[in-house]
Design a binder for this molecule. Structure first.
Ligand code: FE2
Length: 296
């Protein structure tokens, strides 16, 4: 992630009803991403961050005990993750827990992300996720039956927020045909200093590189196509608070670590097309009594 070699994607102001203008549609198809400023008001962003902080205080210590086991830590962490499809769970930064499972930073700075059913379990996150503008955007982006599959609060705390390596969301949230769209909302200004998103515009057209299969014996990565992504070609998506970045499921994207003194909190919702087949070997499986719901 050095000097960006590709032009920065265009930015738009969100429309009142969420519908894409012809220019937005063109950018979405060309780039596989869409930057919409003024999606949320500053007060709405703050309310979501306040609620997330409250959830961390309510759940963080218990989750800390659950994830930590000196004997079977890796195995336990894996099931802790896999069983989070219908829960709100805190996931810790690697550097936040020492060998003895004790926090190395205060709890409010220790959490990497929280997921993966915030949109169905918390009223405030539910309101932002089932906002009719989201459904309209998903339909304008090509989905027939948009369904809110998975949600995450991503904290990217100052100094400790870890990097996310280059990936496509369809690798992890696969459907046949592929359909997932990421709705990434900046709850704070995102800059190159505090770990903003980077993406390779247009490279969604190359299709899927890898697919993760989850089986009884663990996860297996299948190579689907021999694609290579150069981090140097990734462009930074610096956006002000309240912006929405729409990400195509095959768009390679990443984000750097946050070594700055400012946090970079974001809320990400992943929406899948109910008209596509959702395989039983995806890691994320909702129980039968807690199905994935359609967006209005
Ligand atoms: Fe992603």
């Amino acid at each position: 992630m050095t000097a960006a070699s590709a032009p920065l994607p265009p930015r738009f102001t969100a429309t009142a009803d969420g519908r894409m203008t012809p220019a937005m549609r063109e950018a979405w198809q060309a780039d596989g991403l869409l930057v919409l400023e003024n999606w949320l008001l500053a007060g709405d962003c703050q309310a979501l961050m306040d609620r997330a902080a409250q959830l961390v205080q309510e759940k963080g210590s218990l989750d800390q005990m659950t994830v930590f086991s000196t004997t079977k830590r890796q195995q336990q962490n894996q099931s802790y993750f896999l069983e989070s499809a219908d829960k709100i769970r805190c996931f810790f930064e690697d550097e936040a827990l020492n060998e003895d499972g004790q926090l190395t930073v205060p709890l409010e700075r220790a959490i990497n992300k929280m997921g993966h059913a915030l949109h169905d379990l918390d009223p405030l996150f539910q309101r932002s996720s089932y906002d009719p503008r989201i459904g309209r955007l998903a339909r304008d982006a090509g989905q027939k039956d948009p369904r809110a599959l998975q949600s995450m609060m991503i904290f990217k705390h100052p100094h400790i927020g870890g990097e996310v390596t280059c990936h496509q969301d369809s690798t992890f949230l696969y459907s046949d045909p592929t359909s997932v769209i990421g709705f990434w909302i900046a709850l704070e200004d995102a800059t190159v200093d505090n770990g903003c998103l980077y993406a390779l515009p247009g490279r969604h057209k190359e299709g899927l590189k890898e697919r993760l299969h989850q089986g009884p014996d663990g996860a297996k990565m299948e190579q689907v196509a021999a694609l290579t992504w150069e981090n140097d070609a990734a462009v930074p998506l610096e956006v002000p608070q309240g912006s929405l970045v729409l990400l195509h499921g095959e768009l390679p994207h990443l984000s750097g670590a946050n070594r700055s003194a400012k946090s970079r909190q974001a809320y990400a919702l992943h929406v899948i097309d109910g008209a596509c087949d959702y395989p039983a070997d995806n890691w994320l499986q909702r129980p039968a009594d807690f199905p994935v719901r359609a967006l209005p």
